[in-house]
Design a protein around this ligand. Structure first.
Ligand code: OAD
Length: 234
């Protein structure tokens, strides 16, 4: 296999599926029979913040218990043993990359264990409940904390850094994402245009994308460790 110097790994809900977490677009999807408009849009939050807080407080309990699987641990191995800069851009709000001790993780869709103050932008780390009466520890405003999840209608996080990483990478791996939510779905295009080799790891060939050189089909908990072993040979 070719030697690479700058690797970007984009992850989606599929990498966490083998940790027992539902993906978004599966029939038992992560929104759990709630309407996307109610729990994943900024308008929904403005309409009924208590409902949204309750939803994420409940999800937090489940995500706090989840453990990383063989795919997350394969990334740990790659980061520890392969001589390249390796950055992870994740759409996942779970913290399984961190639990697997993955480094350089950029959460473009936010994190379940954070809340952000809409008054001053202060971010609080907590797996505890956050609600409409929570006080911002920085500006002391009451009821302005929002789960630090990027809702439809909001800007993604860390995009300057992400753009920079996509342009300089020579290998781009996309793992467990359906590639239907933009802009993450177009990251492969940027990486490809700037010269990277591009691989997709998914249960199925998503074939909604012209920019992958290779599709590796199967559960990431099996395909990714095998791929990492190949990369670490010789
Ligand atoms: P999706 O639910 O859209 O897609 C999950 C993908 O993972 C599908 O293509 C599955 O085929 C694949 N998959 C499932 N199990 C797998 C496994 N064991 N190994 C490999 N692949 C597997 O989830 P995302 O693409 O992450 O945004 O969704 C993108 C965004 O949509 C989410 O981040 C969320 C939502 O809007 C926010 O919440 C802001």
């Amino acid at each position: 296999m070719k030697k690479y110097k700058n690797i970007v790994i984009l992850t989606g809900a599929g990498i966490s599926a083998e940790s027992g977490l539902a993906t978004f677009r599966a029939s038992n999807g992560l929104w759990n029979n709630h309407k996307v408009d109610d729990v994943a849009t900024i308008e929904g939050f403005a309409r009924n913040p208590k409902y949204v807080h309750d939803f994420y407080n409940e999800l937090k309990v489940e995500l706090k218990k989840a453990k990383p699987n063989a795919a997350h641990l394969a990334i740990t191995k790659l980061q520890n043993e392969y001589p390249a800069e390796i950055n992870i851009i994740t759409q996942n709000v779970d913290t399984l990359h961190e639990k697997a001790k993955n480094k350089n993780v950029y959460h473009i869709h936010g994190q379940i264990n954070q809340a952000v103050c809409l008054n001053c932008g202060h971010v609080v780390e907590t797996f505890g409940n956050v609600g409409v009466h929570t006080i911002c520890p920085k500006c002391n405003e009451i009821g302005r904390m929002k789960p630090n999840i990027v809702f439809f209608g909001e800007n993604l996080l860390c995009m300057d850094k992400v753009e920079y990483l996509l342009r300089k990478c020579d290998l781009f791996l996309s793992i467990g994402t359906s590639g239907v939510v933009f802009p993450a779905a177009s990251f492969v295009q940027t990486a490809k245009y700037y010269g990277a080799d591009t691989y997709e790891f998914n249960l199925e060939n998503t074939s909604n994308n012209f920019f992958f050189d290779k599709h590796i089909v199967g559960p990431a908990g099996t395909t990714l460790p095998a791929f990492v072993s190949e990369m670490l040979k010789d």
